[in-house]
Ligand binder design. Structure first.
Ligand SMILES: C[S@@+](CC[C@H](N)C(=O)[O-])C[C@H]1O[C@@H](n2cnc3c(N)ncnc32)[C@H](O)[C@@H]1O
Length: 219
């Protein structure tokens, strides 16, 4: 299993070729199963298809090392389905993180103004040496590279808290490669998996510039 690569394909299929107990940490941002469409009409693959998303958690559990973490964003409208998939895969929930936003992504019954993720455990991992708050600072990216692009600065505190240099971090719903970029910038190894070729290309480009700047700094 080659480290530091973006694999273009379906996570469930791709991960089925990965060995058991090989990943140190998963940080991922799956489709929220809410039929997302942004102001420009951009949609996400599998956002209307739970069968393309939820079975991946079983593979995540299998490929994670014993006593490790999976941090997963989720969409609250599909919390019942996500919770069932996580529990069926074997995960325990050990934390919940909220990112309040200064702006509302949508208005309806409420102004929808936060993002959230669960911290799931496979087995009984060590608690982090320096735990972070479960209320975290949000940064808006402008979604230029991807319709739901997370900021590297949102992912970095998770990486620093839940992994150590040299660890292998997997993101099976990699999009524009934000988790991989955050991993590379923090001396972790990464594997990103993404269905859409255009986002695999974006991720490769982002990672190439990380490598370019790092080589320039250490040259
Ligand atoms: C919410 S987005 C991730 C965005 C990412 N966090 C970023 O910063 O760019 C989820 C991504 O998962 C991809 N996806 C959906 N189903 C997938 C599957 N079965 N395997 C791999 N990728 C999948 C979608 O194409 C989409 O780009």
């Amino acid at each position: 299993m080659k480290r530091n690569q973006i694999i273009c394909g379906d996570s469930k299929q791709v991960l089925s070729h990965f060995p058991n107990n090989s990943i140190d940490l998963v940080i991922t941002d799956p489709p929220y199963l809410c039929k997302y469409k942004d102001r420009n009409g951009r949609t996400l693959m599998n956002d209307d298809n739970a069968d393309g998303v939820l079975p991946v958690y079983k593979e995540i559990f299998r490929t994670l090392k014993p006593n490790s973490y999976c941090i997963t964003f989720y969409g609250w409208t599909a919390i019942a389905e996500f919770s069932e998939a996580w529990a069926n895969a074997g995960f325990r929930t050990v934390g919940h993180i909220v990112w309040p936003k200064k702006y509302a992504s949508k208005e309806g019954f409420m102004k929808y103004q936060h993002e959230s993720a669960f911290v799931l455990a496979k087995g009984y991992p060590h608690k982090p040496e320096y735990p972070i708050s479960d209320v975290q600072k949000w940064h808006y990216t402008g979604n230029r590279s991807h319709p739901t692009e997370k900021a590297v600065s949102v992912i970095e505190p998770l990486i620093k808290c839940f992994s150590k240099p040299g660890d292998l971090i997997l993101d099976p719903f990699s999009g524009s490669g934000t988790t991989a970029v955050a991993a590379a910038l923090n001396d972790r190894d990464y594997i990103g998996i993404e269905l859409e070729h255009k986002y695999c290309d974006v991720a490769e480009r982002r990672l190439a510039s990380v490598n370019f700047y790092e080589n320039a700094i250490y040259a």
